[in-house]
Design a protein around this ligand. Structure first.
Ligand SMILES: Cc1ncc(COP(=O)(O)O)c(C=O)c1O
Length: 350
């Protein structure tokens, strides 16, 4: 794909990256905006926000970048449908379902729970609106259950002579790294144009995006710390997993670069009770961003990321004299599935 920010790469790296098949689905570049009121509220000298929540279709989010690669691969493989297996409030599923429709593919979403909730809310409501084929899990073993169910559904479609492209976690994260790589180059162009000299990026990260960002920094020689605040824990240690996806992408592109797990910055302190469980700190971060800047975060990803930054400023891990780029990765529809927790949090405040 052509993208002016790719010119930041050395020519050999740029040429191999540009050959990676990608569709053009989002509105790029997403805005980079100053947040002086939020900066004052959390006590940091300068805070900017990268608005991937405004990436365009399907109510935005970082997965639009990611799906430009995934859906290009699905179309190249002549798929008629795309399958993803995820949790009920998956942003990825919502964006996949809408963008699959946009490019003429049938979305299939396997939800990792035994039955439909009595009320469709947030992301799942939007998935249902696209007319996606939504299935629920019967087995209780997360990994084996999902795998088995995916195979069955793919076979079922194959019997109708329909080819299903399956979004497999590992492949998907390598493509997510490609998306993160391009996103970082986009940010670098904006930072240069604005004359900014940031000290760090802070974002919600569990997978490929951070890997691609770190790889991009290495490729262009930018010593910018990318601080990933984890929304989830995997069996594999997150810094190893992140480096692995970055290295798989570098290998695929033929880049002579290798990430070390030790250079990946992960903050595991904000996960709370688990994946997609809002914490008091994330709910408060969501409130603070809305009260100060009129910006809506979500309690599972971006709220936890901002809570991580607030904690790091309080502990001194991040200097209050810094210029921070906070990456809004989207996820806002999940607000409408956490309505009870948000209501309780607001009532406790006022
Ligand atoms: C809103 C939001 N932010 C951040 C992330 C993490 O992105 P990645 O999986 O590329 O680390 C996700 C992933 O689903 C997300 O939905």
């Amino acid at each position: 794909m052509t993208c002016p920010a790719l010119d930041l790469l050395p020519p050999l790296l740029r040429d191999s990256f540009a050959r990676l098949p990608a569709l053009s689905l989002g509105n790029w570049p997403t805005p980079l905006e100053p947040c002086p009121r939020l900066a004052a509220a959390i006590g940091v000298q300068s805070l900017w926000i990268k608005r991937d929540d405004q990436s365009g279709p399907a109510l935005g989010g970082n997965k639009v970048r990611h799906l430009e690669y995934t859906l290009a691969e699905a179309l190249a493989q002549r798929a008629q449908a795309v399958l993803i297996a995820v949790g009920e409030q998956s942003n990825h599923a919502r964006q996949m379902a809408a963008l699959a429709r946009k490019v003429g593919l049938l979305p299939i979403v396997i939800v990792n729970q035994p039955a439909a909730p009595p009320l469709l809310r947030g992301n799942l409501l939007l998935v249902a609106l696209t007319g996606a084929d939504i299935r629920y899990l019967v087995a209780d073993d997360y990994e084996k259950g999902l795998e088995r169910r995916c195979d069955e559904v793919v076979d079922e479609y194959a019997r109708q002579k329909l080819h299903v492209y399956r979004i497999r976690p590992d492949r998907s994260q390598v493509l997510g790294a490609a998306a993160g790589l391009r996103a970082l180059l986009e940010l670098k162009s904006q930072v240069d144009a604005a004359g900014l000299d940031p000290d760090a990026v802070v974002l919600s990260a569990a997978n490929g995006s951070q890997a691609g960002m770190v790889l991009a920094c290495r490729a262009i020689g930018w010593a910018l710390p990318i601080r990933g605040v984890a929304p989830v824990l995997w069996k594999e240690p997150l810094h190893e997993r992140t480096a692995r996806f970055g290295n798989l992408l570098a290998q695929e592109l033929g880049w002579p670069l290798r990430l070390e797990a030790a250079e990946i910055l992960n903050d595991l302190s904000q996960i709370g009770a688990g994946y997609q469980c809002p914490t008091a700190a994330s709910l408060e971060a969501v409130r603070l961003a809305a009260v100060t800047e009129g910006i809506f975060l979500d309690p599972n990803y971006t709220g936890k990321a901002l809570a991580g930054l607030i904690a790091d400023l309080a502990s001194g891990a991040v200097s209050r004299q810094s210029t921070i780029l906070f990456w809004h990765t989207g996820g806002v529809p999940a607000l409408f599935s956490a309505d009870q927790q948000i209501t309780d949090h607001l009532h406790a405040h006022f």
